[in-house]
Design a protein around this ligand. Structure first.
Ligand code: UDP
Length: 472
């Protein structure tokens, strides 16, 4: 969701900001048995947003083989992307003789598709929905791998802090994302994505200059890695782009927002772990114990781990009492609410929310800061551990519950109720430093996208570049 929803918002932004541009969004869907949320979401966006200048083209469905589901969600998605090359080729052939195609924008995990755009002489742009610091880390690891012949896996297992060009502070090796250190499952794919980034004409990134000063300076000053492949592509920090579309029915949303309406301002902590987040039962119990002990108000998005398939996304529990400690729901009835999927942006906008226990997916971070809500960090997968580190150590808008939790770590220790209590108590303190910093970042994020702001200007530059392609 953090990729598809923001890509659709990017498309809308293009047509709002320039009357000459029109967009066709190519849609490839995950089957419902893998992800029950994103397919219906995309259908509703198509229904509500299609126009003369914003068209959608659904690529023909393909039949996944059992191998696709044999490893991880990322593996499944990658297989799906690879199979779309010929369909996209067909689509581009069908467009010949029509409007001039000035750019082919690919999601950061879809760079294999850039080859097809190349065949047609269309410049490719990557839409990067993670922080600039992580973009720098990916490019750095790819540089080490391809040009220094260094096995980046050596970083793992080391105890010395590591310096990377895009992070202001040395990084503890135990928080390096598995996608960059696990050679068997992820590394090859991520190195390949990074190779694609270097070949792009530009990188459109969902961040803003005031949030990631250090990483963007490192990128623009070409300090990321002095590759023999020449300078890095232009970067366009145009965020925050927020997911404004509905992903639930009115009545599902109302159940949550009506409850929030009854809570005092800044009193509720939101716990939500993203579109792919679920936790094992014993970990869920520790969170429940912590919430019981602290006594603070909470809204907890609790979703069930995939049941039958390595590539599946989490789903909804049929009954929360099966998994929560006995009596928890009764004891906390007056101060807390346990739900499944939440309308996250709407929830964060509510004045009752005072803090966010988050997996630190980048979209969730941007959404939280847009409303000035401080974060307590609990990363799960992807690049979230380094995001959490950056938020706590460098940006100062988050307190730590954990920085190194990794759902794919077989030996992952349980985060204790005590650690969770400490983190949430710090998060909800009135007048804390993180609350203050989050309020400052709220103002900066809004200023960045208003006329004359850094992201506004970066977007103008991007459109000018695209229109120059029309002249070629
Ligand atoms: N989201 C939501 N409700 C949920 C979980 C997630 O609306 O219950 C949205 C959230 O607002 C964000 C996206 O899904 O826009 C998640 O993106 P993020 O990058 O934070 O994490 P990911 O899901 O990619 O791990």
């Amino acid at each position: 969701m953090g990729h598809v929803a923001q890509m659709l918002e990017l498309a809308k932004l293009f047509i709002t900001r320039n009357h000459q541009v029109s967009i066709t969004v190519l849609i490839m869907k995950l089957p419902d048995y893998i992800d029950a949320v994103s397919g219906p979401f995309v259908d509703s966006v198509i229904d509500s947003s299609s126009s003369e200048r914003l068209r959608f083209f659904e690529l023909p469905p393909v039949d996944p083989t059992p191998e696709w589901s044999s490893k991880t969600r990322g593996h499944f998605v990658n297989r799906l992307v690879q199979t779309q090359k010929s369909q996209i080729r067909e689509f581009l052939i069908s467009q010949r003789g029509g409007v001039k195609l000035v750019g082919f924008v690919v999601d950061m995990l879809c760079t294999p598709l850039m080859d097809v755009a190349d065949e047609f002489g269309i410049p490719s742009y990557v839409f990067f929905t993670s922080p600039a610091a992580f973009l720098g880390l990916m490019l750095h690891f790819q540089f080490l791998e391809d040009e220094c012949n260094e096995d980046v896996k050596n970083c793992d297992g080391s105890t010395t802090l590591l310096s990377f060009p895009s992070y202001a502070y040395p990084v503890p090796p135990n928080i390096l994302p598995m996608v960059l250190v696990d050679r068997d499952t992820w590394l090859g794919r991520f190195i390949d994505f990074a190779r694609g980034y270097r070949k792009a004409k530009g990188i459109i990134i969902n961040t803003f200059a005031e949030l990631e000063i250090y990483a963007l300076d490192a990128y623009n000053n070409n300090n990321i890695s002095r590759s023999e492949q020449g300078p890095l592509p232009s970067i366009y920090p145009i965020g925050p782009i927020l997911n404004q579309s509905k992903s639930q029915s009115e009545s599902e949303e109302a159940e949550i927002t009506n409850w929030l309406d009854e809570q005092p301002p800044n009193s509720v902590v939101l716990l939500c772990f993203g579109s792919q987040g679920s936790l094992p039962t014993d970990q869920v119990k520790q969170i429940a114990i912590a919430l019981d002990n602290i006594g603070c108000r909470f809204l907890w998005s609790l979703r069930s781990p995939p049941q039958s398939n390595n590539a599946q996304f989490p789903g909804e529990y049929t009954s929360y009492s099966e998994i929560l400690p006995e009596g928890f729901l009764n004891r906390t009835e007056k101060k807390g609410k346990v739900v499944g999927w939440v309308p996250q942006l709407k929830v964060l906008s509510h004045e009752a929310i005072g803090g966010f226990v988050s997996h630190c997916g980048w979209n969730s971070v941007l959404e939280s800061l847009w409303y000035g809500v401080p974060i307590a960090t609990w990363p799960l997968h992807s690049e979230q551990q380094v995001n959490a580190f950056q938020l706590v150590k460098e940006i100062g808008v988050a307190v730590e519950i954990t920085l190194d939790y990794c759902e794919r770590n077989k030996d992952q220790p349980i985060v204790t109720a005590k650690a969770i209590e400490n983190g949430i108590s710090k998060l909800m303190e009135t007048n804390s430093a993180v609350k203050h910093e989050a309020k400052i970042m709220k103002e900066k994020s809004r200023a960045s996208v208003t006329e004359g702001g850094s992201s506004y200007l970066a977007f103008s530059k991007l459109i000018n570049e695209l229109l120059k392609n029309a002249a070629v």
